[in-house]
Structures are given as structure tokens and as C-alpha cells.
Design a binder for this molecule. Structure first.
Ligand SMILES: [Zn+2]
Length: 420
């Protein structure tokens, strides 16, 4: 079972996404068009944590995203919510999945950060005992055709123990950072994780904040992949002077795309890893693109891990077990290079994009016998990321209800595994 992997010339320089966007509107990654996003904090507590301690945790998580110098996202604290939010008064603030577009939370101008101090909001919102499995929830919604979020919320569970696991301050902070990532439009990221180490086989700091599960008491810090993802969605003007890029397409010999495959690049000097999913913009081309610091990289690919579906999905083709990401029958790792079994090195230069074409001969899973024939470099696209599709005029399309369903990201425990 051999597979041929060819690199050929393409000339479509576009800015890249590590981690990828959570929502695509047409082919546009959805984001807050105005990157100055104001959050409104609860006045209550998170379990034993006082209001000020809780606020500080949220502010620290916001700062992690704000401090990415190549991204424009600027989360700030606005007016507090009018009252302590609990199970008796949350309904007007948190739009439900399947709710009405005229729900008051859509137009109240608030992006609430709700402290569910004892889990009773989550139980009332999602059903009895859900607070024993859900650690946090976040979502934002957008009118179809605008590419821009209009509002959202973050809901944090303050219970001491969820899923039999003590939710320490670092775990809760990590959760808040993860949920804020979803709020501003960032998808889960698998990196180079395989089935063998999906359940935390690596050190905690090797997993990005946007990895779908908790692993080994993760530190509350952004991974380079998280920073690349937020940069791609909210690019600062210095992006072209800071990053280079690897982009390309993954197709078979008939030219049909292989969508939903995890594309991985690894810096051979630092070991840093970045990933994105093929055809993450849903263009039907197998396109992928990753922003990278200058350096020497290898490029590989593997399957999306089978359990990363639904609320834990990685990329737009993993909504359920029958989705495209799981249709290839085991891709394994690509070792893309001119010599079978060895990786060809790709040298990324700041401000330039290397464009590659990955072609599978369709004979089966990728093996180590792949071939790289041509690599080209061109200027990066510069500022091509994100952007609204125009129109909409603030009108909320009925289709938004589906997006609301798709956009509820709960951090949840499955058995002994911790999933967020
Ligand atoms: Zn998540």
C-alpha cells in the first residue's frame, strides 16, 4: 500500500491559520470584526473564589490572548453585569441552542462572563447533573453572510470537583483561557498528537490551550500554535514582518480534495509544532495554510483522532464519526520528501510563503514512500485573514439557530478522560 506525495507549484499566497477558525461563513473565517471586544463580568463568585479573585483569573486569561503581539484582539473588562447571575436570572443573558433570534441577549450589548458558583446555572441550562461534567461553555454568534460575530458569552462552572477531578486554580484558569479562545472564534487544535498519546502521553505544556482535552495539569500559557491561530484570525500589521508561511493543498491524483486531514509542521531546530486541517476554509480544494516563524520545517499529516468529534471536533469535517475526517481509513504520518522515509526540509523565510501541493495516489494510507518534487516561495498575502463578507446589516438570519447549536462548546468529562 504505497502512496505518492508530490509537491508542485501553486501561486495562491494567503495568510495562514494554525489551529484554525471555529466558524466559517461561506469561505470566510468568522471573527469579531472590531477586535476590541468588551466583556461584562458577573458580580458573584466561582465556588470558594471571591469575586475579585474570579475577576483576576478572567483578566489573566484575557491578557494571554491580548499579549500576542502579532494579533489585534483586545479583550477588555466593561461594566459589570447588573446582578449576581444564578439559576433564577440567567435566561435573559445566555441565548440557548435552538432559541429565538429575538432572544434579549442577542441585542443587549453585553458579552457576559457568568460565574456559575455552584453549577446550578449549567444544570438549569443544559439539564440535571450537567454541572458534574461541564466545566465551561462559550460561544459567539454571527449573522449569516457577515463573517462577523455580534455577541457571545462565557459560562464557567465554579464547582470544586467535576467528573471526579478537583478543579484547581490552574485547571480553571486554563479552562477560562480555552473558552475565551472559542468566544473569539478559535477552533480546537490537534497538533502532532496521535492516538498513542491522546490521553496525555506528553507533558502538559506540549498541548495547546485549544487542544480538546485537559492533559497533565496544563500550565495557563498559550502554546505557539494558539498564538499562530489568534494571529491568523486577528492579524496585526506586523504579521508579514514577523511570520513566513507554508500553504498548499492536499488532493488525490484525480484532483479531488482530501478534506479534514490534520496537517502538521515541525520546526527541526526548536521542535515547535503547528497544525491546521486541510480545507479548513471549506473551499473544496484541500487548502491549508500555517503561519510560522522563520526556520526549517518538516511537513506531515495524520488522521483526526476518532474521539475528536462533535463538541470536541478538530476542523470542519469532524462533526460526527461518519464525517469526512474519519473516512480515510488511517492516514498515519506523512514523511514528505524526495527520499522515501526521510523528510524534505522546508526553509521558511519571514514575509514569504512556501506553497506546496500534496498529492496522494489514492492507493491507501500514506506510508514513508512519499515524494516531494517542487517547492516554491512567494510573498505572503498580507492581511488576507478574516474579514466580513459584507451585507447583513445586523439582521440575524434564521440560520443562526443552527450556528448556535454548532457553537456551544462545553468542556466536558468523558469517563476518566478530561475533554474541554
Ligand atoms: Zn473546546
Amino acid at each position: 500500500m504505497k502512496s505518492l506525495l508530490l509537491f508542485t507549484i501553486l501561486a495562491i499566497p494567503v495568510l495562514a491559520y494554525a489551529g484554525g477558525p471555529r466558524h466559517i461563513d461561506g469561505n470566510t473565517p468568522v471573527r469579531y470584526i472590531n477586535p476590541n471586544v468588551v466583556l461584562n463580568f458577573d458580580v458573584g463568585t466561582l465556588g470558594a473564589r471571591s469575586n475579585s479573585v474570579s475577576n483576576d483569573m478572567v483578566l489573566q486569561s484575557m491578557a494571554l490572548w491580548n499579549n500576542v503581539t502579532t494579533a489585534t484582539i483586545n479583550l477588555t473588562k466593561g461594566n459589570n453585569l447588573a446582578s449576581d447571575i444564578d439559576q433564577t436570572n440567567y435566561q435573559d443573558l445566555l441565548f440557548p441552542a435552538g432559541g429565538s433570534n429575538s432572544h434579549p441577549s442577542v441585542s443587549d450589548g453585553l458579552i457576559p462572563v457568568v460565574y456559575d458558583t455552584d453549577g446550578q446555572v449549567i444544570d438549569a441550562f443544559f439539564g440535571p447533573l450537567q454541572s458534574t461534567v461541564i466545566v465551561g461553555v462559550a460561544t459567539s454568534i454571527f449573522p449569516i453572510g457577515t463573517g462577523g460575530y455580534i455577541t457571545g458569552y462565557v459560562l464557567i462552572n465554579g464547582k470544586n470537583t467535576v467528573g471526579g477531578v478537583e478543579i484547581t486554580d490552574p485547571l480553571l484558569s486554563h479552562t477560562i483561557t480555552h473558552e475565551i479562545g472559542h468566544l473569539i472564534g478559535i477552533d480546537h487544535s490537534q497538533l502532532n498528537i496521535t492516538d498513542a498519546n491522546k490521553n496525555c502521553g506528553l507533558n502538559g505544556n506540549q498541548y495547546p490551550v485549544m487542544y480538546p482535552t485537559f492533559c497533565n495539569q496544563p500550565t495557563n500559557a498559550l502554546h505557539l500554535d494558539d498564538a499562530a491561530a489568534v494571529t491568523a484570525l486577528y492579524p496585526e500589521q506586523n504579521v508579514v514582518a514577523t511570520f513566513g508561511e507554508i500553504n498548499g493543498t492536499l488532493v488525490d491524483t484525480l484532483g479531488d480534495q482530501w478534506a479534514g486531514v490534520n496537517i502538521i509542521v515541525t520546526n527541526t531546530q526548536t521542535g515547535d509544532v503547528y497544525s491546521v486541517v486541510s480545507d479548513y476554509l471549506k473551499q473544496g480544494t484541500g487548502f491549508f495554510s500555517i503561519l510560522l516563524p522563520a526556520g526549517t520545517y518538516t511537513l506531515q499529516a495524520n488522521d483526526i483522532i476518532a474521539e475528536f468529534t462533535g463538541i470536541s471536533s478538530v476542523g470542519p469535517y469532524a462533526t460526527n464519526a461518519a464525517d469526512t475526517s474519519f473516512s480515510y481509513g488511517g492516514i498515519g504520518f506523512v514523511y514528505a520528501g524526495s527520499t522515501p522515509g526521510s523528510n524534505q526540509l522546508l526553509t521558511v523565510t519571514t514575509g514569504e510563503a512556501i506553497t506546496v501541493s500534496l498529492v496522494s495516489d489514492g492507493s491507501g494510507a500514506f506510508t514513508t514512500g512519499n515524494t516531494m518534487t517542487v517547492v516554491t516561495a512567494a510573498a505572503t498575502g498580507g492581511g488576507a485573514a478574516g474579514g466580513g463578507g459584507g451585507g447583513g446589516g445586523g439582521i440575524v438570519s434564521p440560520a443562526i439557530l443552527l450556528l448556535m447549536l454548532a457553537g456551544l462548546y462545553r468542556r466536558i468529562f468523558y469517563g476518566p478522560e478530561l475533554v474541554k
